[in-house]
Ligand binder design. Structure first.
Ligand code: AMP
Length: 114
């Protein structure tokens, strides 16, 4: 998608600090971290939000969720814990219309979220 920030990160037009990249997914540090560790895991395919996941592309859940859990494990986040968040749509707080999973860790995260 031409005007998508995360697609531009994927094709190198916008810089990002990548922690992972494979054929299907990429992960990079959030530019405005909300916790000591704040990583975004995204599918390389442009999917605007979780509302656009259907039977044709539902394997995206395994890909990004599995990747997030693996990264959490590799960063030794398992012991103290972490949170995974997917914001969807306006009231869900989504600001970038390319499906992404937030991986947050390194502090006590409040509940309920704001
Ligand atoms: P959301 O509000 O769930 O759509 O999350 C979008 C996230 O993308 C926010 O946490 C932003 O800080 C983050 N973000 C926006 N632009 C960039 C960028 N260029 N590099 C890394 N993270 C970004």
């Amino acid at each position: 998608m031409d005007d998508c920030i995360f697609c531009k990160i994927l094709n190198g037009e916008i810089p990002a600090k990548f922690i992972h990249s494979d054929g299907d997914t990429a992960a990079f540090y959030d530019v405005n971290p909300q916790a000591p560790t704040h990583i975004l895991i995204i599918p390389k395919e442009h999917i605007a939000s979780s509302a656009e996941v259907d039977s044709q592309n539902s394997d995206v859940w395994n890909k990004i969720l599995g990747r997030a859990v693996q990264i959490a494990h590799e960063l030794n986040l398992d012991k103290d814990g972490y949170r995974m968040v997917i914001n969807t749509g306006e009231q869900g707080g989504q600001t970038v219309p390319h499906l992404h999973l937030h991986l947050l860790a390194g502090r006590n995260l409040g509940w309920p979220p704001g």
